[in-house]
Design a protein around this ligand. Structure first.
Ligand SMILES: [Zn+2]
Length: 201
């Protein structure tokens, strides 16, 4: 990771921390039990595991494999602002299918299930990220690398997409106000949370 990537990661996690603290205080003030210490500890443990396995997984697969594909691909992407817009929707589409298949394919569901294992719904639960996902998500971005997006650009946009997803799948009134509420993943996430949908019954 480049030094500026660590700054982005630091800003993202600091933002989560502020929202978690604010939400915890609001519910505590209202006398509603929305947070549980053990449940929150599980969330933080999983995001820590995913972060370090993710660094290894992304170095192995996304950076190595996708840059290899990009160098042998069409290399059609110009250095303009609208290429970033295409990348935003391309990454969202790739993540949509990865998430959708994570609820359909048993192997992927075995990895993804921990994300939906909490009985509570709060901001810290959004950090309950499956540790092994960074090892299996990269094939969904092969097409983007093939047309010319670099692995670093895909990875940065993917991190931004996940950052937005924390707010759009959270279940508060705030989610409709976020940009993420407009993109494809939201429609699936809101109707498929916490369940496995086998293709063959
Ligand atoms: Zn899911």
């Amino acid at each position: 990771m480049k030094p500026e990537d660590w700054i982005i990661v630091g800003v993202a996690f600091s933002t989560f921390a502020v929202f978690i603290l604010a939400e915890w205080l609001v519910w505590r003030w209202r006398g509603v039990r929305k947070y549980d210490a053990k449940d929150s500890l599980a969330n933080y443990s999983l995001v820590a595991m995913q972060f370090w396995l993710g660094v290894a997984g992304k170095a192995l697969f996304i950076v190595t494999a996708l840059d290899w594909i990009q160098q042998r691909g069409l290399q059609l992407v110009p250095e303009t602002w609208w290429a970033g817009v295409i990348l935003f929707f391309g990454v969202d589409l790739g993540y949509y299918w990865f998430h959708r298949l994570s609820h359909r394919v048993r192997f992927l569901w075995a990895i993804h299930e921990s994300h939906h294992s909490s009985e509570l719904m709060n901001f810290s639960v959004a950090l309950r990220q499956p540790p092994l996902e960074p090892w299996v998500d990269w094939p969904f971005f092969i097409a983007l690398a093939w047309v010319g997006f670099s692995a670093h650009a895909i990875l940065t946009m993917y991190a931004f997409n996940l950052f937005l997803s924390v707010f759009r799948s959270h279940g508060t009134d705030w989610q409709t106000a976020t940009l993420g509420g407009m993109v494809a993943e939201h429609a699936f996430a809101s109707q498929s949370a916490s369940r496995y949908e086998p293709r063959i019954h």
